[in-house]
Design a protein. Structure first.
Length: 252
């Protein structure tokens, strides 16, 4: 028998417990029918109109995203509103939507482990919660080249370029809140997607250089890892469910 949407919710909860999400983060089943049967899942970073259409094209009944579609209470669902448009497309297509956000960020093998691996730092990685660290030996220009190539972006570097990076810390997405933890862990470079101006200034005062790779690019590895974890978990349970990674570029 095919699993139901609620079974996929339980599977994700086992991989990355929803209770570990930060307060106020809207994770879990956001749209759809818990009892609907699932034969195909599409995974993506965000639920956009293009992703919903792609899900219908590949025959999916469920979309699992990293970013929640609904962050704050919704009082109206209007078709001329971007969020309302996506909700309407989901419901019209009988599609359900699950989000695994900060619970996946903190999970072993989740967003931040995936970013370290994708960036080329997959040996001796340590850390817990939202921060990962590793010892390296790279000059800043070489680090920028490595990050840009491996993450398919143009990395930006802030701070002294004349001395090598010896210890790098990372937090995917908008990781400014982990800057203090990175400094306490002895990192002399902090890798994240984006940071606010005042956080960059604080980093310079703490002696922590910063490499920025873009919010989305820093979290694409998270969506890739979630795709693999779901397929592995479903296979282990002997469900014949296909998990498809979205190919939609929301900024194209």
């Amino acid at each position: 028998m095919d699993p139901q949407v609620k079974d996929i919710v339980s599977l994700i909860d086992g991989i990355a417990p929803f209770e570990t999400a930060v307060s106020g983060d809207n994770v879990g089943l956001l749209v759809g029918d818990p009892q609907a049967q699932v034969r195909c899942i599409l995974t993506a970073l965000d639920a956009t109109p293009g992703v919903v259409r792609e899900a219908l094209d590949v025959g999916a009944q469920l979309i699992v995203t990293h970013h929640p579609l609904l962050f704050s209470p919704v009082r109206r669902v209007l078709l001329d509103d971007p969020q309302g448009e996506v909700i309407a497309l989901l419901l019209r297509g009988s599609l359900s939507l699950i989000a695994a956000h900060t619970n996946w960020d903190a999970a072993p093998g989740g967003s931040n482990d995936a970013l370290m691996q994708a960036a080329g730092f997959d040996r001796g990685v340590t850390g817990e919660g939202f921060l990962r660290t590793a010892d390296v030996d790279l000059m800043p220009d070489a680090l920028v080249e490595q990050l840009s190539g491996r993450l398919r972006t143009q990395a930006l570097f802030f701070g002294d370029r004349s001395r090598p990076v010896r210890r790098i810390a990372c937090c995917s997405g908008s990781g400014g809140s982990e800057l203090g933890a990175a400094a306490a862990a002895g990192a002399d470079c902090f890798l994240t997607g984006e940071m606010k101006h005042h956080a960059l200034l604080e980093a310079m005062q703490l002696g922590v250089r910063v490499a920025l790779v873009g919010h989305g690019r820093s979290e694409e590895p998270a969506a890739d890892a979630l795709n693999r974890a779901l397929q592995s978990g479903l296979d282990a349970l002997q469900y014949s469910v296909r998990v498809v990674r979205s190919k939609v570029d929301p900024f194209a």
